[in-house]
Design a protein around this ligand. Structure first.
Ligand code: C2E
Ligand code: CA
Ligand code: CA
Ligand code: CA
Length: 281
């Protein structure tokens, strides 16, 4: 079953579970999934637009459900946030992904790892120590860890969140503002913290060649990122036209199905080899 689910994602089939409504899982079922090791991490490459070099991998969590198969994060992240399980979930993702990236680094790959961080993770100062301790224990340089921050819900205590992000940055972790262009307080955040990276949301990337409105938001987001000296990543690069737009507009980094779908750790080596060949041709 795990293999089948992996294949389904690889070939873009929609798993049956997405037909279910969100919140169809009970909180205690998710809680035991987190502690029993049912969470698995898929990795999606980020590549430099000009050289094709793989600069890093983003960790994307899935739930390998014993009955339902591979369950996607939009089915359980909100649930985890609502039931105070997001800290436990993030710790599992962080430790698993850091240990995996360590293996690849030991094998000679120069890769950063991006972890998705929920606003709820930023509600307590000890998050800084948890991340720093994990990096120290596993032996990954903070510069190789990118924390992608999404504005999922209303922030409880903005001051604490700002303090957490500031402290992480002082410790040399890299901060990325995720889903840029969506939500209303993204611009406020930029004003208060210096992010290293800006990720333009996929809804303003795919199809931007062909849609004036989408293109306008893409251009504006890229402009903000460049102007503020950030690395600009475009997610949702799905076809040649999207890729050409990034080249044409000097976007720094690309991510999306055109390059690679999220994949299990075991598939990363083979993908690297095939990507190398694709870049050379
Ligand atoms: P995100 O961080 O914005 O991640 C991008 C999402 O778009 C991922 O969905 C990815 O699989 C998908 N994607 C990648 N390339 C393409 C493309 O070319 N076209 C399209 N249409 N989609 C693409 P996924 O993995 O289902 O994750 C959804 C969201 O769940 C993520 O959005 C992120 O906000 C959240 N998430 C995922 N993993 C974690 C995690 O470990 N912790 C937390 N707190 N949130 C997570
Ligand atoms: Ca992300
Ligand atoms: Ca996004
Ligand atoms: Ca998101």
């Amino acid at each position: 079953l795990p293999e089948l689910s992996a294949l389904m994602e690889t070939y873009g089939e929609t798993p049956a579970i997405t037909l279910k409504e969100s919140h169809s899982y009970a909180a205690d079922e998710l809680a035991s999934a987190i502690t029993d090791g049912e969470l698995v991490i898929y990795y999606q490459p980020k590549v430099a637009v000009t050289t094709g070099e793989v600069v890093g991998l983003e960790a994307l969590v899935r739930w390998q459900h014993p009955v339902d198969g591979l369950v996607f994060p939009d089915q359980f992240i909100d649930l985890a946030e609502e039931h105070s399980m997001i800290d436990a979930l993030t710790q599992v993702v962080l430790h698993t992904a850091l240990q995996q990236i360590k293996q690849w680094q030991l094998a000679g790959l120069k890769l950063s790892i991006a972890i998705n961080v929920s606003m709820d993770n930023l509600a307590a100062l000890n998050f800084v120590d948890q991340v720093a301790q994990a990096a120290l224990d596993i032996g990954i340089a903070p510069q190789d860890i990118v924390l992608e921050v999404t504005e999922s819900r209303l922030m409880h205590d903005q001051r604490v969140a700002l303090e957490v992000l500031t402290r992480l940055r002082l410790k040399r972790f890299r901060l990325s503002i995720d889903d840029f262009g969506t939500g209303h307080s993204s611009l406020t955040q930029l004003h208060d913290i210096s992010f290293d990276e800006l990720k333009i949301d996929k809804s303003f990337v795919h199809g931007a060649w062909h849609d004036e409105t989408v293109r306008a938001i893409y251009d504006a987001s890229l402009g903000v990122g460049k102007r503020l000296g950030m690395v600009v990543v475009a997610e949702g690069v799905e076809d040649q036209d999207d890729w050409d737009l990034l080249c044409h507009t000097n976007c720094d980094v690309a991510q999306g199905y055109f390059i690679a779908r999220p994949m299990p750790a075991a598939a990363v080596n083979d993908w690297m080899t095939s990507w190398d060949e694709r870049v050379r041709n």
